[in-house]
Write a protein that binds this ligand. Sequence first.
Ligand SMILES: [Zn+2]
Ligand SMILES: [Zn+2]
Length: 203
Amino acid sequence: MTTGNDRPRAALAEVHILFHGYAKAGDTPSVSRVASTVAFVREGDVRVIIDQGMLPDPALLLEALRALGESPATITDVIFSHHHPDHTLNAALFPSARFHDHWAIYQGDTWTDRPAEGYELAPSIRLIETPGHTRQDITTLVGTPEGIVAFTHLWWSAQGPTEDPLASDLAALHQNRARVLEVATLIVPGHGAPFLPSESTPR
Ligand SMILES: [Zn+2]
Ligand SMILES: [Zn+2]
């Protein structure tokens, strides 16, 4: 894996966490309570949502956006970190956005093939392919004045699990965690609050 080229070209983006996700047991064994961490990234005219949920109530996302002076109509792009419903369910909140995943961009009825690897939404916003949790996982690397933020499902939360119990390919997961740790100064995991990577971060 190359790592030297992963750094976004610019460091001009602004990052906000709209909702801190979680994944926990429900009242009965067949029920889980799960919400994705939802993020918003702004650079110039580009306004991006990353992983709009499952959430306990989509209104929570809309209120957090409104507090930033934004609305569903101003969102230009949505990124799916991967295809699981806990990260993709609320997509219809953003009818005019371009949607990005590992292999295409979708808008209206237009499906445009492209690999995510190295794709730039803006000079500070870059996608890389990081399979492991699923084969479709991508990580969004964002350059900010404070450092490089990685939005990724390679970690569920700062508290674990150390080994992803649902991983489709653990060897790839470990390889891609190491790749992201080469460049990221802050990790925004799939189901938790942002955390600073350290020597004890599982890789
Ligand atoms: Zn998943
Ligand atoms: Zn998830």
